[in-house]
Design a protein around this ligand. Structure first.
Ligand SMILES: [Zn+2]
Length: 213
């Protein structure tokens, strides 16, 4: 996803004031004491270009994978990460992503399915920049619906539904697309796709990647 800009509230307070209003947070940062950041797969790796397997085992291994995915996402300074981006062929993604209303969303979704847009809701497109840890250093403009909802399960197999607006809606769509084998550059015009791949070829990622054969 596009780089996240964190605005630290570090105004100088000459007097004792209450702390700056904390940003609203939905979800919590997991305990990553035993997690390991894994290298990120990049465009061209087959695991990114086919649909991932459904998760059927809601066990300790899945839980450990989710922790490693959070760790990998933070190491790469991303706001979302799908399992195939660390080479794992399973339908699960994690996120720590702001929306356009000052809310920080943190969590994971197993076996996500994007809901059809609500009937009667006007389709409003958000025309922001999009990037992807698996297309390092490239960005492109890609219009997306500014609202998205995903249903799926949590790591224990309980049904969940996650919805979001703005940048977080973009993230939910982007990560779900990953698990069905699609990168955002697959949605670009031929010319824009080529330009993104050229940016990637000329750039150097700030995180470890898995080399393609
Ligand atoms: Zn991505």
């Amino acid at each position: 996803m596009a780089d996240q800009h964190n605005h630290e509230h570090d105004h100088d307070h000459e007097h004792e004031h209450e702390e700056p209003q904390p940003t609203e947070v939905i979800g919590e940062v997991p305990d990553l004491a035993n997690a390991t950041a894994r290298p990120i797969t990049v465009v061209g790796n087959p695991v990114l270009h086919r649909e991932c397997q459904d998760v059927t085992a809601f066990d300790a291994e899945l839980s450990a994978l989710i922790d490693d995915m959070f760790s990998s996402m933070y190491a790469a300074e991303g706001v979302g990460l799908a399992a195939n981006q660390v080479g794992v062929d399973l339908k699960v993604f994690v996120y720590d992503c702001p929306d356009d209303e000052g809310v920080r969303h943190i969590g994971h979704v197993v076996n996500p399915v994007l809901e059809e847009p609500p009937v009667g809701r006007r389709r409003v497109l958000d025309d922001g920049q999009e990037g992807c840890l698996s297309v390092p250093t490239a960005y492109a403009e890609l219009p997306r619906p500014d609202y998205a909802a995903v249903t799926g399960q949590d790591k224990d197999g309980n049904p969940i539904r996650v919805e979001g607006t703005g940048f977080f809606a973009r993230c939910l769509q982007h990560e779900t697309d990953h698990l069905y084998g699609f990168l955002y550059i697959d949605k670009l015009s031929k010319r824009d796709r080529k330009a993104a791949l050229k940016q990637m070829a000329e750039g150097t990622p700030r995180y470890a990647t898995v080399p393609n054969d």
